[in-house]
Design a protein around this ligand. Sequence first.
Ligand code: GLN
Length: 481
Amino acid sequence: MLDQTLTEQLTSLKNGDYSSYELTDAYIKNIEKHRDLNCYISLNEKALEEAKRADLLRSKKEMKPLLGIPIAHKDIFCENEVKTTAGSKMLENFLSPYDATVVSKLREAGAVSIGKTNMDEFAMGSSNETSFFGPVKNPWDESRVPGGSSGGSAAAVSARLCSAATGTDTGGSIRQPASFCGITGLKPTYGRVSRWGMIAYASSLDQAGPMAISAEDCAIILREMSGYDEKDSTSSKLQVADYTSLISKPIDRVKIGIFRPLMEDLDTRVGKLLEETIRELEKNGVSFVEIELPNFGFAIPAYYVIAPAECSANLSRYDGVRFGYRCDNPIDLKDLYQRSRTEGLGREVKNRIMAGTFALTAGYYDAYYNKAQQVRRLIKNDFVEAFKKVDAIIAPTTPSAAFRLGEKSNRQKEMYLQDIYTTSANLAGLPALSMPAGFLNNLPIGAQLIGNYFDERLILSIAHLYQTQTDWHLTRPGKKE
Ligand code: GLN
């Protein structure tokens, strides 16, 4: 049963091939077996009870779309029954008094909450190495990183330690680990999913999304987690499409844009895989045209001003008074603030708070923060122009396959360049997904599809079409030929 996709598991549960209790128990046993991957920060002790309840509902024919499906949540989503750490010492023992909207929506849809996955501290990183709880290992090669910041979620789906997982993506944190771990991950349009109860990193960029084996699986979860929420004023009132039934409808005359310079800058082997993906889609009636995205190259500098600026404001709430860690025996208030933050936050987080505070300081605000916002608008305008000609855009997700643990942890610039293909979708607020597109030296690598605003449906359909023709997404670590 662990070999099945979530969609197949729903059918098996319906047919009575096994119960949710058996399925959840099988995952818990597999989690035990793969403790060394360090995918989970906490397990939900009530998961089996929840599964039993799901079985009971099923026996009474009280059906729900995800009834009995064990889903893992990135440890950035507040959950009432399990602690929520955001991968930080600051929140090591934090128990939220409420569930995030994403958590409660999936629970209402019948999902079993199996546990909380490891992540880069406060979602800042591309390798999971900034987690206070230690790095996650890539199930394809344990000497390598799973990507970040949703690395625990990606590795857990890949190693079959849950049916699917939630993640968040501020600059690539769903798509990059999805690419490194050989799974499908979608960052929705900004505003599609409520951010309430999701610990904030950079609020104008943060968005939650599904991580699963297939695009079909992502579609079901996306449908259930999306929608307007009065507790998040940036969530959209636009009706949620039925992604699940739309995904297999034929897609006619779809035109995808390619921005050639992106391919030219790429490791030739990654470029070759992307060309193969394009050819596969062409065989299935999709056409490709060249487009221009003249400001794409400025996404990284703009992102690494805007995201730290917002994080410096968001993380000011961790002051040792209201939330989380407090230093021992402070001599006065200043000492309390200073030592609580110095001791409770990790190096990367402190770097970003400092950089962000600097960019927002009077005198530097115009030169850095304002400039970055102007560049952000130019990047968005380029996409708006491009989408007048095409229905979606194809791009690499990552410049390479998973790198080694420790390889980039002291090379900040190289680490930041990991996000070169992903940050622009966040800056523009567009939906984007990564789907498995092949292997390089036995390591999976993804291809990225960027969609127009609120057109998650189309990129999911294109990925689904691709996944009906290929089986990269079904290949499991340790089971590859
Ligand atoms: N890797 C990027 C960063 O370090 C993106 C993180 C994210 O999307 N949360 O900021």
